[in-house]
Write a protein that binds this ligand. Structure first.
Ligand code: IVH
Length: 690
């Protein structure tokens, strides 16, 4: 076993310890060291590429269009019930049909997106969503980024071909953070972790899916030849092969044991880091399962008990209307305080006007409030029998409660919006609060309360006004407030050093979140270039689609926005990507073209790297070109032309060798391959590619 094999196997082992067993042996730093060493060695030895290497779990930028794949065994759903008597009936039915006593396995019912993963000779070959049960979407590229799922199993006695099924989940903490980021960039938040997990599996770009930090529990094995005649023991085999299989399970011989497990988890589930929506009860013995068989859609040998979303009754005192940062108006029910799922609930969301209408809500109504998968409680029903005959219906407002502007509703959207985004106070405050936030201008001396105060006394009306604040203008707002005022002014001053990509995020263009801002800043290099970019230029930028491109064009075609940005430019904020200090002169005087898909660089990145080392990136092959870097699927014309002109054609790995920092190379490599470190212009190394 050489160093690459050793690192791969160590990293796989640490992934398993961390993501499956939750028992890491090393800290993040040590893990990163191993990973960096592996990545460096793989770069230096491209012939050792392996799609199953732990370094490959970051996904890639290739657009996925999901092929439909038929399941070898249909993906059935489970019969489910909210009623414990039906669990008692299920047990009776099963025992009667089999004619003997039965051992059941109770498991958590994970609330995510179901997946079926096929392994051939110990290698993951594809992962398919449930779809219609017969066939689903091939989401293998995204599933390969989930670190708790092994890509390749170590030697073991698993069947040559098997399918393992389970549930892809988004842990609640990851979900909360994701939604925070989506709201900050004006994107609609996901309603619950289940939708977020399902949405992430269907992402078009596996590099983006990799960032979603999904997890996966596997709870069912399918193969022509199963290892044992017990579901539980089969799961134990899967655990040994490296899969994350349910840990909270109970073997139950009686209905009382089953009910005790259900009752325990009905409350204990709140302490789990992910959502479950019930308990699954399975007959353990596989031959019993086969004897019981399936109905058209569900097995007769299993049932799900679903937890009721907790509900309480309360009284609707009034409805208020909240205007968010984006101007969307949300009706909120003010309730008589009630205890629900461990907290006192005084308010519940009514989402939108349609919901008020569908419940025919009246002030004073007796309403049912529920806390389900969604985080905020909601009103799910009204007891009209208890309605006072004189009760007044709840009317949705016609004007913004904050600024009086008539509300508008876009075709096909459920929400009403206040269109006065420039002057409506919560929208103004929200934009300023976004502007100063940590990932934006990071002015931590300005909290929401201070912003509210500054807006309400008229000292600021938009984020550009922050740069006009002085200690003297702030002093009247706070007794003995000199330190406070000085901190604010200093914080604002400091923000002038914040890099362009963060400034771009801060100005709050719809759909331009932190990641998109970074891409745009790198691609366009300056605000000037970005402001002048056409819709098509924007759309042709890596990872920028129609929606974002249109939003940017709209933003800059507005005169007030132009004025705002120009004021910021005038105050000296960073509106250009910092010039990369030349890293070396290794490519000094060389004209280089990169073509085809590269493994480690986007088009922008390779060009910037060439420049950073003193070279000149170009886009077409000519007699002046010194090197052609050939990526995957390189255009045949460029190749032919380079050959005709005798231009050296190099691989990405060779390019990386050319710019490699000698001091960072492992010592023995420098000694072993001194010639390869810098290919000579007149002597490209032999390529395995051609
Ligand atoms: S067993 C043939 N076990 O619940 C039966 N399903 O509502 C295979 N689910 O489609 C399913 N946790 O997506 C099983 N521990 C568990 C589960 C589970 C969640 C999902 C699964 C199923 C759905 C039915």
């Amino acid at each position: 076993m050489d160093r690459i094999d050793f690192l791969r196997s160590e990293l796989n082992r640490h992934n398993h310890l961390y993501y499956v067993e939750a028992a890491p042996e090393i800290d993040d730093y040590e893990y990163d060291q191993l990973m960096n060493e592996l990545i460096a060695l793989e770069k230096a030895n491209p012939d050792r590429f392996d799609p199953d290497s732990p370094s490959q779990r970051v996904g890639n930028d290739i657009n996925l269009n999901f092929n439909q794949v038929y399941h070898r065994f249909p993906m059935l759903s489970l019969g489910n019930t909210y009623n414990k008597q039906e669990i008692v009936d299920f047990d009776e039915r099963v025992r009667k049909a089999l004619g003997h006593s039965v051992k059941y396995i109770c498991e958590l019912k994970y609330d995510g997106a179901s997946i079926s993963i096929t392994y051939e000779h110990g290698r993951m070959v594809h992962a398919v969503t449930r779809g219609d049960g017969e066939k689903g979407d091939d989401v293998t590229a995204n599933v390969r980024t989930i670190k708790s799922i092994p890509l390749r199993l170590p030697e073991g006695n698993y069947p040559d071909l098997f399918e393992i099924r389970g549930e892809v989940l988004m842990p609640r903490a990851v979900f909360d953070k994701l939604n925070e980021e989506r709201e900050a960039s004006g994107e609609a938040p996901f309603a619950n972790p289940r939708n977020a997990a399902a949405g992430s599996l269907k992402m078009q770009n596996s590099a983006q899916a990799a960032k979603r930090q999904l997890d996966c529990w596997l709870y069912f094995l399918f193969a022509d030849q199963l290892p044992t005649n017990s579901h539980l023991q089969n799961m134990e085999c899967c655990r040994k092969w490296g899969f994350k299989v349910p840990t909270f399970v109970a073997q139950c011989d009686s209905i009382d044991d089953i009910l005790a497990f259900i009752n325990h988890w009905d409350t204990e589930r709140r302490n789990l880091p992910f959502d479950i929506d019930g308990i699954v009860i399975k007959v353990d013995t596989i031959s019993d399962q086969q004897e019981l068989g399936n109905t058209a859609k569900t097995p007769r040998w299993a049932i799900a008990y679903k937890f009721k979303a907790e509900q309480v009754q309360s009284k609707l005192l009034s409805v208020s209307f909240q205007v968010g940062r984006t101007g969307a108006v949300t009706p909120v029910a003010n309730l008589e305080p009630v205890q629900l799922a461990g907290t006192v609930v005084k308010r519940a969301t009514l989402h939108n006007a349609d919901i008020i209408k569908s419940h025919d809500l009246h002030v004073g109504d007796t309403v049912m409030v529920e806390k389900g998968g969604e985080i905020i409680p909601k009103i799910v029903g009204v007891n009209t029998d208890l309605r006072n005959p004189n009760a007044v219906p709840v009317e949705f407002i016609a004007n913004c409660p904050e600024c009086g502007t008539p509300l508008v509703r876009n075709e096909g959207e459920a929400a009403w919006y206040c269109p006065n985004y420039k002057a409506c106070p919560p929208q103004v405050r929200g934009r300023i609060s976004h502007f100063v936030s940590r990932k934006a201008m990071n002015i931590d001396s300005l909290g929401d309360e201070t912003i509210d105060q500054l807006v309400s006394v008229g000292l600021i009306n938009n984020a550009a006004d922050l740069y006009e604040l002085t200690v003297n203008s702030l002093l009247p707002l706070k007794k003995d407030g000199r330190v406070w005022a000085t901190n604010i002014v200093n914080g604002v001053e400091q923000s002038k050093k914040i890099p362009f990509e963060q400034v771009l995020f801060a100005i709050g263009i719809r759909f331009v979140g932190a990641t998109v801002a970074k891409i745009l800043a790198r691609h366009f290099g300056s605000m000037q270039n970005l402001m002048q970019a056409s819709f098509d230029e924007l759309k042709n930028t890596d990872e920028i689609g129609d929606k974002i491109a249109q939003s940017i064009v709209d933003y800059f075609s507005d005169e007030d926005n132009q004025l705002f940005v120009n004021r910021l430019i005038g105050y000296g904020l960073q509106f250009e990507t910092a010039k990369q200090e030349a890293k070396s002169g290794k490519l000094q005087g060389l004209t280089i073209i990169a073509s085809g898909k590269l493994e480690h660089f986007s088009r922008d990145e390779i060009n910037r790297t060439i420049e950073a080392h003193g070279g000149k990136p170009v886009t077409s092959v000519s007699s002046k070109t010194d090197y052609l870097i050939a990526g995957e699927n390189i255009g045949p014309n460029k190749l032919a032309k380079a050959r005709e002109l005798g231009i050296p054609i190099i691989t990405e790995a060779e390019f990386m060798q050319m710019i490699a920092d000698d001091e960072l190379q492992p010592a023995e490599q420098q000694e072993e391959k001194p010639e390869e470190a810098k290919p000579k212009k007149d002597g490209p190394t032999q390529l395995s590619l051609f």
